[in-house]
Design a protein around this ligand. Structure first.
Ligand code: DC
Length: 229
């Protein structure tokens, strides 16, 4: 059967990563989380004094981009993809609310995006991959054979994020999360470089009222249609 590139884009906290990961596992593809790469850059800034107060030191970050190496490895047990920043496992730290606060302005910087896009295209040279993000179907892989644009209401998304953080032992504030979701939507959609938008040829998936099983069936059906053409 032919191997294709599957691009999954959409709003934050839509369950894109969970969905993309499950799809990849189902069809035997490799999964790449492009958001994790921007999160790792944000974490790097936090760890290296490149954020003073709320301000990102863009000149210093531009200088140090070449020192930032992001790689993925499969967890030997679960086979889930783990993000490494300069050889250190940062999978847990990049999911913190603190990183979520700074990641959108960092992902809006053109020199950060061009470096990440370069690395993502490298990862996509092998077909048989699922990559999720914001600009995968529009900028990174405009020729991807299957493109999906995922959306859900802001409240549903904030609740999912809240449940996720609670499940791992954090004590989040729902309103703070909702605020963060809305703020990220705004920044992601209005930034100058690669704003979040549905590619004309992407399939629209609103999962506000879908179970994970229904969603997976929908994806597999679309995938099967495409590879059997
Ligand atoms: O999907 P996520 O929430 O982990 O993404 C983190 C941030 O990175 C989010 O603010 C949007 C940004 N991002 C991006 O600009 N382009 C991508 N391809 C993936 C994520």
């Amino acid at each position: 059967m032919k191997k294709i590139v599957i691009a999954i884009d959409g709003f934050s906290s839509c369950g894109k990563s969970t969905m993309a990961k499950a799809l990849a596992r189902n069809i035997g593809y490799l999964y790449f989380d492009s958001g994790a790469m921007y999160r790792a850059v944000a974490l790097y800034c936090m760890q290296n004094g490149l954020i003073e107060g709320e301000q990102i030191n863009c000149d210093a970050l531009r200088e140090r981009m070449k020192e930032i190496h992001i790689t993925f490895e499969a967890d030997p047990g679960t086979k889930d993809s783990i993000t490494f920043l300069n050889g250190v496992n940062v999978e847990r730290e990049i999911r913190s609310l603190e990183v979520s606060k700074f990641v959108s302005p960092i992902a809006a910087l053109d020199f950060v995006r061009s470096e990440m896009v370069k690395q993502q295209r490298e990862m996509g040279k092998q077909k048989g991959i699922v990559m999720d993000g914001r600009d995968i179907g529009t900028t990174v892989f405009p020729d991807a054979e299957m493109k999906v644009f995922v959306t859900a209401s802001a409240e549903v998304r904030a609740q999912r994020r809240y449940d996720e953080l609670t499940a791992r032992g954090d004590t989040p504030d729902f309103n703070e999360i909702l605020e963060n979701v809305l703020q990220r939507d705004h920044i992601d959609q209005t930034r100058e470089v690669s704003p979040l938008k549905k590619a004309d040829d992407a399939l629209l998936l609103d999962n506000s009222n879908l179970t994970r099983e229904e969603q997976m069936q929908w994806l597999i059906d679309r995938y099967n249609e495409l590879v059997s053409e």
